[in-house]
Design a protein around this ligand. Structure first.
Ligand code: GUN
Length: 295
């Protein structure tokens, strides 16, 4: 592909398509007298988390999914959070539960996300769902990596035999992303804060997924011509504008495909959350014939 003609992957349009399918699934469930329900728990006042939860609420409203939001104060104790999760675990009108991350420092994120019943774990964070994913048996997958795989599939981008680099090693994005790419027959490298030769590794990569959370980390001279670049970053620049980890203008002159921020990966994360709510609802209602394409 000649310089300057990289394809901007429109995550918003792709997520809209998926969301239409979700609305149909909601209808099928409603005909069986089941309304899928999602509960979101937000602790404290993190402005980015508030926006994410607001987007999730809107997506549920648009598709007919019932939504409950629990806003807890910053000084909420581990015990208080456990009792809320326990209550939601046994609530019949709630099929999916998310605890918005990051949590305040005094709370134990791993224990709290593991408290969510695995059948309602629409983030795919609990040890059972994460372990099954590791073994290649997909049940409820973490939303951002699942959304990126969906973007690649939609754009007909083959991963088999490709050299893929994931930057970031979080439990939410980096690690599960690397596993999904590995299962899709990519040769995968994971880079992180301590990686010494990031540029060299990126220059060899056919696919780069950057989830470092550092504005401007990936520059044009780090990307091979024709590479696929997926930007998971969501940062604010000095003017308060939302930017990714990738310098879009420079990198789009080299890449064959690139995701913008905003409008790339973000909407796909929300679409995959809705998909997980539907999957979880079917898991909890095995008598309803599954007319849904799971992973
Ligand atoms: N914070 C940032 N991304 C996510 C996500 O996918 N799920 C949850 N629960 N919190 C997040």
């Amino acid at each position: 592909m000649p310089d300057g003609t990289s394809k901007r992957i429109d995550g918003r349009a792709i997520s809209d398509e998926i969301t239409k399918g979700i609305s149909k699934q909601v209808q099928i469930l409603k005909e069986a007298k089941i309304t899928p329900g999602l509960a979101a728990i937000l602790v404290g006042e993190n402005p980015a988390s508030k926006i994410y939860v607001k987007n999730k609420r809107k997506a549920c409203q648009d598709t007919g999914i019932y939504f409950e939001e629990y806003n807890l104060p910053l000084d909420t104790t581990q015990g208080r959070l456990y009792s809320l999760i326990d209550k939601l675990n046994s609530k019949n009108d709630i099929n999916g539960i998310i605890v918005q991350l990051p949590l305040p420092k005094h709370l134990d994120e791993k224990r709290i996300t593991s408290r969510v019943a695995c059948d309602k774990d629409v983030d795919g964070f609990c040890p059972k769902n994460a372990g099954l994913m590791l073994q290649g048996s997909y049940r409820l997958l973490p939303c951002t990596p699942a959304g990126i795989m969906e973007l690649l599939r939609h754009e007909n981008i083959k991963t088999e035999g490709k050299f893929s680099t994931v930057i970031g090693r979080s439990n939410i994005v980096g690690k599960p992303m690397a596993i999904l790419l590995l299962h899709a027959d990519s040769t995968v490298t994971i880079c992180h804060r301590k990686t010494k030769n990031l540029k060299e590794i990126c220059l060899k990569s056919d696919i780069i997924v950057c989830a470092a959370g550092k504005a401007g980390l990936i520059t044009g001279d780090m990307v091979k011509k024709g590479a696929i670049v997926i930007d998971v970053g969501m940062n604010r620049d000095s003017n308060g504008k939302i930017v990714g980890d990738v310098l879009f203008d420079e990198v789009s002159k080299k890449a064959s495909h690139i995701t913008p921020v905003p409008g790339g990966v973000g909407p796909m994360t929300v679409a995959m959350l809705l998909k997980n709510v539907i999957t979880a609802t079917f898991l909890q209602n095995p008598h309803v014939p599954l007319k849904f394409n799971r992973y």
